[in-house]
Design a protein around this ligand. Structure first.
Ligand SMILES: Cc1cc2nc3c(=O)[nH]c(=O)nc-3n(C[C@H](O)[C@H](O)[C@H](O)COP(=O)(O)OP(=O)(O)OC[C@H]3O[C@@H](n4cnc5c(N)ncnc54)[C@H](O)[C@@H]3O)c2cc1C
Length: 508
């Protein structure tokens, strides 16, 4: 295919876009201004939804092998546990835990995968200018070894170049919001402690927050809000170690080999994530507090939910006149996700900081939310990004639902045995490139059957997977034949009671 796609930035979002596009047979050029991969302590948690995406990119097994599973998240207030999240309570997913894994390991595995798919990264190459017209994007790429700047023309550009995105600035897209006043400090390294290694621990105290997260290889991430006063000349690592022992009710002693860093956090979003031939994904599109660990996860989803649409446009399976509608849908959905992430992470960050009477109120709310099951029903699915429900947009009616199948929402990845392959799950049938139709027939012959054929609906053809058998009744709560159109990103585009022509099902 002769299409030219440039991805600016080889962080997790850019790499996920590159791998996904390569898997769909598209050539990509990836540039990064860094001379070599970084090893900084950054994101450390992958949630189940990101693991589902990485599974489809063919690297979930490698990530699992390199990571450390977390099954719980405990909240303590001034030494007393007030609430816990238990990820094993998640339903309808293969991944009922969070994976602790340093960001540079995730990036290494993504880079390896890109290499296997014939892709590579032009390192030490910075995008220094960009302009676009209706047909092309003209970029200036500067080789930072030689200082030589060169104009290169692309059909599409994906800006995955982080919070200070040059693509965003050159495209004239505003990035508005605020920077929090509070500074945070962190340190990664081995610790001598009896804190449980299957859980993340949040300690909210009257002097600030401490978060302790176990990492692979018996390492820990310690993350603190900086204390108001730091003795002059105290090394950063000593400050973190001192504050950790002060705020943790369980002794924590730093052993040799810790790195330490200081950072400010933002609550900002790009006004647009798409302008004509340029897209923004990851931190280039949104920056938020690491509370709830949403950054890398949201960026990877931005990238892969764009990739199948862009590939469809490049291949011509989405006709040119329809491409605006397809990209508008992507941009609308990403804005909805980002609004939720900004709200949730802001709430968590503020929750960390309250003290006195308001702190006791927060504790009571957390305690009550756990006891009433609200954390299990609402907080866990949202934080792990397993529940995704989009609004269809003005004038497009309300989402339709039959049992657990709901339009504009993630297809529950229930386990289902088909054709003698026990353990198969619904997402195993998804296509990388095109929406498919799934017909569910709970009254069909027990034993289940999968057939693949082509079926037309509203002028479009879909591969049709037929799943039969009473197990569907309990797994999905459906008692009659139902047809769904499911997008490559696992979102149900439409759901309707089955008709042989699937006329009632509108195309995605
Ligand atoms: C201390 C810390 C802790 C965090 N913890 C978590 C966590 O637990 N969970 C979580 O999900 N997130 C966390 N995050 C956020 C997470 O690290 C980011 O969301 C993630 O790195 C964003 O990925 P990205 O690919 O969008 O951008 P980046 O990782 O920033 O990558 C951008 C890339 O673009 C390159 N680049 C920039 N400008 C140019 C240019 N002009 N030309 C060419 N290349 C360019 C850069 O060199 C870089 O490689 C944390 C962040 C920090 C700093």
């Amino acid at each position: 295919m002769s299409v030219r796609i440039l991805i600016v930035g080889a962080g997790p979002a850019g790499l996920a876009a590159a791998v996904s596009l390569r898997l769909q047979g598209l050539p990509v050029t990836v540039v990064d201004k860094a001379a070599a991969p970084h090893t900084h302590p950054k994101a450390i948690v992958l949630w189940p939804r990101a693991l589902e995406i990485f599974d489809r990119l063919g690297i979930a097994d490698r990530l699992e092998a390199a990571g450390h599973p977390l099954t719980n998240q405990h909240y303590h207030s001034n030494g007393t546990r007030v609430a816990s999240l238990t990820f094993s309570k998640l339903r309808h997913t293969k991944y009922r835990y969070a994976l602790a894994i340093p960001q540079h390991t995730t990036e290494r595995i993504l880079r390896e995968r890109l290499g296997e798919l014939g892709g590579s990264i032009r390192t030490h190459t910075e995008l220094t200018a960009l302009r676009q017209d209706a047909a092309t994007v003209t970029t200036t790429l500067t080789d930072l070894d030689t200082g030589i700047a060169q104009e290169e023309t692309y059909d599409w550009v994906i800006g995955a170049d982080g919070v200070h995105s040059s693509v965003r600035t050159a495209t004239g897209i505003a990035f508005s919001g605020q920077t929090y006043e509070q500074t945070f400090l962190l340190s990664d390294g081995p610790c001598d402690t009896e804190l449980a290694t299957d859980s993340a621990h949040y300690f909210m105290t009257d002097t600030g927050v401490l978060v302790m997260v176990p990492l692979p290889d018996r390492q820990w991430r310690a993350f603190i809000s900086a204390p108001r006063e730091i003795p002059e000349g105290e090394p950063l690592l000593d400050t973190v170690a001192r504050v950790v022992s002060m705020r943790s009710p369980v002794p924590v002693r730093f052993l040799e080999g810790h790195t330490a860093g200081r950072f400010r956090i933002h609550r900002k979003a790009a006004e647009h994530v798409w302008r004509s031939r340029v897209f923004l994904v990851g931190d280039a599109a949104h920056a938020h507090s690491p509370a709830g660990a949403q950054g890398i996860n949201t960026g990877v989803e931005d990238a892969t939910s764009l990739a199948w649409r862009l590939a469809g446009v490049c291949r011509g399976s989405v006709v040119a006149s329809d491409s605006d509608r397809v990209f508008t849908q992507w941009a609308d959905e990403r804005h909805q996700v980002v609004a939720n992430v900004l709200r949730d992470t802001d709430l968590q960050t503020r929750m960390w900081g309250v003290r006195g009477l308001r702190g006791r109120l927060r504790d009571a709310v957390l305690y009550g939310a756990e006891r009433t099951g609200l954390l299990d029903r609402v907080v866990i699915p949202r934080q792990t990004q397993i529940v995704q429900r989009f609004s269809p947009g003005p004038g497009r009616g309300r989402p339709k639902a039959v049992g657990a199948l709901r339009s504009h929402a993630r297809l529950p990845n229930v386990e289902i045995s088909t054709d003698g392959a026990p353990g198969a799950r619904l997402h195993d049938f998804l296509s990388m490139t095109e929406p498919i139709a799934i017909e569910f027939d709970p009254a069909g012959t027990p034993g289940h059957r999968t057939t693949v054929s082509r079926r037309a609906a509203r002028g479009k053809e879909f591969d049709v997977v037929s799943l039969t058998g009473p197990a569907l009744r309990s797994a999905l709560g459906i008692s009659r034949r139902v047809t769904c159109i499911v997008r490559p990103d696992g979102i149900v585009a439409a759901v309707a009671p089955h008709t042989t022509s699937t006329k009632g099902v509108s195309t995605p």
